[in-house]
Design a protein around this ligand. Structure first.
Ligand SMILES: Nc1ncnc2c1ncn2[C@@H]1O[C@H](COP(=O)(O)OP(=O)(O)OP(=O)(O)O)[C@@H](O)[C@H]1O
Length: 600
């Protein structure tokens, strides 16, 4: 049993955790009221049917009156029609509520998740968060839409049924009540076992899903290493594990059903015997016995339903706890209450001041140490250094994905923690080494840089991104409307990069953060990408994690980083003179001839 699974089980007990869900139901008070009215109507009719049974037996059969039988049946049909109408309304309204509320919760959770600080996703598995959005909300939907209304209906029937039993025959009712614990005990004992196994089974199914998901996502690696057979075997193993958990669950459940049926019908048989004797002795009419049995079955069914729904409500309480937990997380990265306005400065646009930073998931290793840097406005700054030196981390802090533990990042001479987050990020444009594309068409992907851009502006940005980018897009099966596949799988690396560049061009940011691609583009594409980059860098402050000698040489300032520190800065010639590490990096990693190769 995994830790998270244990957590889930322990969270299935407190019903109070369901209470906050009422906040989501509140806007639909009128619907709830109508549903309750329909519920009362159907429960009332159900209860009156017992009296109908009594009437039909005593006044129709026993009295042998055909007219009375006919009128009794007519009343019965009228009641049943009302019952059908009431049931339709109750079912429709409650299911509608379930769907509506879970849709609202889904939106609320997503709206919350999308604003959370990135480190939250490093500390929590994304699969877990996804399952809250889908599985937990679906469970709540079924609870509100069906289980809750079943519980209410059964409670009403139970109370009403017991009252009617008492009214019909006190003596026999005491028999029924004496039987209840015998039926309840196995339900409670087995019910708990079944619930634990059901949660276990859900966990196993989730494992199957994530296993298959990973394999499908990496299908080319699997096939290229010809691991199909191994993966088939491992998957089969997962599936069989889930099956054996399910087998346990259905065994317990079947046993539970069999025991309950046996006990219930044994109790009814005994009741029929005791009641039958009363009828024979003339202490009770046949109709009364009929009505009694009717109510007894109704009470038994209500008890069974409540006990079943009780388990589901417990599971829902677990789901509610997990969802509300997520809704309660506050982002660690937020705009302050009274953000300051950015006032443009002429000098240094960015400054890192005495900055120390540790990733939250690695609190003992400094990713950046005592960084003191001033980035002049409108210049091109190249960041170089071995892998893991902290270059990307610097970009992340600039966009305020994390806050430093010590020191500050300043933008236009203001601590970025005092600025409006959106305002800061709008002024930064990031082109990552591995461009991120969304499963949509070209329009959507480029317009991510500026959702308000017209078609013409998008096309212009594409033309700027690369002399042939516009052409290659037009050659796609549906031009700009072409679907690019999940994460843009239908494009080559270079094509993806050009789309990402066009996106940044469209955003037109004040500060460009560029992670140069190390992936080998063909020489022509690379020249075009390079030209596009130069275009993009003009008149704006650009920080580049540099992998090409040409970029490094052309930069106005080179920052050499190692193990979280900036160990030297200057231009190419100065660094060649002053830094052995820089010299070594140049000798080892720059490919002067091909203008390629990685320095990091
Ligand atoms: N999200 C993270 N959580 C914990 N540690 C991280 C995280 N991201 C990076 N690191 C660590 O921080 C250090 C700096 O990483 P960073 O990505 O900034 O290096 P880099 O210079 O950009 O390297 P590369 O050129 O290989 O991308 C590394 O030791 C890395 O393992």
């Amino acid at each position: 049993m995994s830790a998270s699974f244990k957590d889930k089980i322990s969270q299935t007990s407190s019903f109070t955790s369901l209470l906050p869900i009422f906040a989501f139901i509140k806007p639909y008070k009128l619907m709830v009221l109508y549903a309750l009215l329909a519920l009362l109507l159907t429960a009332g009719i159900n209860l009156s049917l017992g009296q109908g049974v009594k009437y039909v037996i005593d006044n129709g059969f026993i009295a042998g009156s055909e007219t009375q039988l006919k009128s009794a049946i007519l009343v019965l049909v009228a009641l049943i029609s009302l019952l059908a109408l009431g049931t339709f309304s109750r079912f429709y309204l409650m299911s509608w509520l379930g769907e509506r509320v879970s849709a609202d919760i889904r939106k609320a959770v997503f709206n919350q998740v999308i604003k959370l600080h990135p480190s939250y996703f490093e500390e929590n598995r994304s699969g877990e968060i996804m399952s809250r959005l889908t599985t937990d909300t679906t469970l709540l939907q079924s609870i509100i839409g069906s289980s809750f209304s079943m519980a209410l209906r059964s409670t009403l029937m139970l109370i009403g049924g017991l009252i009617m039993l008492l009214v019909t025959n006190i003596n026999l009712t005491l028999w029924v009540i004496a039987f209840v614990p015998f039926i309840l005990i196995p339900i409670l004992i087995y019910g708990r076992k079944v619930r634990v196994l059901a949660a276990n089974s859900q966990e196993a199914i989730a494992d199957i899903g994530s296993y298959a998901g990973e394999i499908i996502q990496n299908i080319k690696v699997v096939q290229s290493y010809t691991h199909e057979k191994t993966e088939q075997a491992s998957f089969a193993n997962e599936v069989e594990k889930a099956f054996s958990v399910a087998k346990d669950r259905i065994k317990q459940r079947s046993l539970l059903i069999a025991i309950v049926i046996f006990l219930t019908f044994s109790a009814i048989s005994i009741m029929l015997w005791v009641g039958g004797m009363d009828v024979l002795n003339g202490q009770m009419t046949g109709g009364e016995l009929g009505a009694f049995v009717f109510y007894a079955i109704m009470v038994a069914m209500s008890v069974a339903t409540i006990s079943e729904v009780y388990g589901e409500l417990q599971r829902a309480a677990g789901s509610a706890t997990r969802l509300l937990e997520l809704l309660d997380v506050t982002s660690k990265i937020q705009t302050p209450e009274e953000p300051k306005k950015i006032i443009e400065q002429q000098e240094n646009i960015i400054e890192f001041k005495n900055l120390d930073f540790y990733y939250p998931s690695r609190p003992n290793t400094a990713a950046l140490k005592t960084i003191n840097l001033k980035i002049p406005k409108g210049k091109v700054i190249a960041l170089v250094g071995p892998s893991g030196a902290g270059k990307t981390t610097l970009f992340e802090l600039l966009q305020r994905f994390y806050d430093p533990q010590l020191g500050e990042v300043r933008f236009n001479n203001m601590n970025i923690n005092t600025l409006e987050l959106d305002e800061l990020r709008k002024r930064m444009g990031m082109v990552p080494q591995h461009p991120v594309l969304f499963s949509s068409n070209v329009w959507h992907n480029i317009r991510y840089g500026d959702p308000t851009a017209s078609d013409e502006q998008v096309i212009n940005a594409t033309k700027l991104a690369h002399a042939h980018a516009h052409d290659f897009i037009q050659e796609l099966p549906e031009g700009y409307d072409s679907f690019l596949g999940e994460q843009g799988v239908r494009l080559s690396g270079g094509q993806k990069q050009r789309i990402a560049l066009a996106r940044a061009i469209l955003k037109d940011p004040e500060v460009l953060l560029l992670d140069e691609a190390t992936s080998a583009l063909d020489a022509e594409s690379e020249n075009h990408v390079q030209a596009a980059l130069e275009e993009l860098m003009q008149n704006r402050t650009t920080l580049i994690i540099a992998h090409r000698l040409s970029t490094v040489i052309n930069a106005d300032l080179i920052l050499l980083m190692d193990q979280g520190e900036v160990i030297a800065q200057g231009n190419h010639n100065q660094l060649i003179e002053s830094s052995t590490l820089y010299r070594r990096l140049c000798e080892l990693q720059f490919d002067n001839a091909g203008n390629k190769g990685g320095i990091s």
